[in-house]
Design a protein around this ligand. Structure first.
Ligand SMILES: Cc1cc2nc3c(=O)[nH]c(=O)nc-3n(C[C@H](O)[C@H](O)[C@H](O)COP(=O)(O)OP(=O)(O)OC[C@H]3O[C@@H](n4cnc5c(N)ncnc54)[C@H](O)[C@@H]3O)c2cc1C
Length: 148
């Protein structure tokens, strides 16, 4: 039996998505790589979750329990987000509260990159609802209104 507890990785300003200096895809285009570290609080959360899971397993009769904690590197899973995070302040994010790119009147972002955190669970429904909201903001924007 395997007990897992997904939690959000707390974002760190220093973490980056970069162009890999050496790895290229089959078309010869440089690939992306994720670099950075988890904050110490993530390990604290993981230890808490692992201890709880071990407690649950022992309470239902498990004779041997093994704990596996995550490393401190950022994970290469499937829920990365936040490369153009929403913010009130252009120094702290890529887009404003309406998902419009700071400093560009008619450019909006409608995907996972605007998430400030990704939560601990699957993000697609949040992405979709944000895309609807952003579409409405685009339609209501003065840029579109001027053209209609
Ligand atoms: C294996 C796997 C399993 C997952 N399972 C779940 C799940 O069960 N539930 C859940 O909620 N989430 C799941 N996710 C996460 C979810 O799929 C992603 O978080 C979500 O799709 C991200 O949406 P997005 O719009 O930000 O990016 P994407 O869906 O990646 O969309 C980006 C789009 O941009 C296009 N694109 C890229 N570069 C260019 C370019 N230069 N010009 C034009 N177009 C370009 C790409 O082709 C792509 O269509 C899973 C992800 C993976 C990889």
């Amino acid at each position: 039996m395997d007990v897992r507890g997904p939690v959000p990785e707390v974002p760190r300003w220093e973490n980056r998505v970069e162009i890999d200096p050496s790895v290229k895809d089959y078309c010869g285009i440089p690939t992306l790589r994720i670099s950075g570290r988890k904050p110490p609080s993530d390990l604290k959360t993981a230890k808490f979750m692992a201890a709880k899971a071990a407690e649950w397993l022992r309470s239902v009769g498990a004779l041997e329990v093994f704990q596996q904690l995550p490393g401190m590197g950022v994970s290469g899973g499937q829920h990365q987000a936040g490369t153009a995070r929403k913010s009130k302040d252009h120094k702290l994010g890529g887009v404003d509260e309406d998902c419009r790119v700071f400093g560009v009147e008619n450019l909006y972002v409608a995907d996972g990159s605007v998430h400030v955190t990704n939560g601990g669970f699957n993000p697609s429904l949040t992405l979709q609802s944000l895309a609807y909201r952003t579409s409405a903001k685009i339609l209501a924007s003065s840029h579109i209104a001027k053209r209609v």
